[in-house]
Design a protein around this ligand. Sequence first.
Ligand code: HEM
Length: 448
Amino acid sequence: MNPEQQSNSMTLGRRHFLRNLGLVGGAVSIAGTGMALSGCQPSSNTTNNTSASNTANAANAELGTKDSDKNANPKHAGSDANSSKHGFADAKYEFYGEHQAGITTPSQRQIYFLVMDLHTNDVEAVKQMFQDWTAFAAKLTQGNNIKDYGTNPYVPPTDTGEADNLGAYGLTLTFGVSPSFLTKLGLSDKLPKEFKDLPAFPRDQIRGNLSGGDICIQACAEDAQVAFHAVRQLVRQARSTITMRWSQSGFVGYDTGNETPRNLFGFKDGTANQETLKAADKFLWANEPNWLKGGTYLVARVIQMHLETWDRTSLKGQEETFGRHRTTGAAIGKQAEFDSFDVNEKATNGKAVIPEISHMGLSKRTGNQILRRSYSYSSGIDAKTGQFDAGLLFISFQKSPEQFITIQNALGRVDKMNEYITHIGSGLFACFGGVKPGEYLGQALFEG
Ligand code: HEM
């Protein structure tokens, strides 16, 4: 597991700032939260989430025994468990490090992913924006607002305020730029040859309002309001340089970090990530060009999942679609999720054990590996079909976009899963390497 994991840092966050001002009542303790680590990610040596689940259990027990009508001061409708602090409230990840956080960091439960366009080609202005964003992100991820409040009541408050009494909730902020970013700033000579817009894939139905863009920010946290707040502050401070283009929020659920979370088709999603992480230098981290050292490429795809069609498919059909068993996540014919198997094994009847056109079979046979860090989404009802507008905000990280392209080409033609999904959004971004204190994101690109 990558070391950039959990920091039980005791930095005073915005809640403590407020408490010192006497604005927040109730007990506030800084507990080392054993952050749950999702199995979609690096899961194996990530165990201690005991205190978090104890907190949740205590809260549930209280909910079961109290009569909410008798609660003299309910903080929000239906809640009786107001004295239990959320187990993840004070979880923090280091902002500074060799790589940006939010890549090998275990998936937090919420994501807000935003793509923006530059509306300037003034390199100095964009450089300044990244300098500001670096400083702000360092604060936000530690549970602080980007600036202290001023005292003048006749100007708008410096922070929008919705996270004022909230902890860091394991927030990570990950920044990336697209090929058009470099072109617009006259930096085309720094474009690596593999860094160009993704090609159109078979069956793509990419929508203009869910694709393209110059810059992305991936905000992940254990709390949706904290993630949204962070992005909102970053955008607010950069209004003269960028416009928002598209965004997608999402969620992922799991009880303990030892479990691989399930997607909306009910299957464990992220099992193979462990293999990618074992060979991160080969599959994940870029070492060229110089400005991308320690960075990686991020592919985002908004993939609508046709849940009703899937739900009418037999269990056998579902398992053949993925090449894995639904309950255990094991490869077909195996018992446990991480049991090893030969993807080319033939049964006695000569047929492939892992079906030829199964999703996992096709992906694995390309020999490529990527790090998937996807989130489910549900965005209301699709007006055309009257069905759920739901799916997967697929996010993968890889050393080269070619890894994704090769796999998607293999899947796009024949994947048995295709009849249940439609790719409607797309983006490719280069995520800079991590920064040390005193440096700023993208420095090697602007000054290299
Ligand atoms: C809605 C869309 C998708 C769903 C529901 C989905 C689901 C799954 C599931 C359940 C697995 C098996 C367990 C695991 O290793 O995680 C899997 C494996 C995998 N998927 Fe997807 N996936 C989707 C889209 C994609 C896309 C777009 C790509 C890349 C182009 C991709 C690449 C892979 C890879 C590389 C594996 C691992 C194969 C191996 O075992 O080596 N998936 N996916």
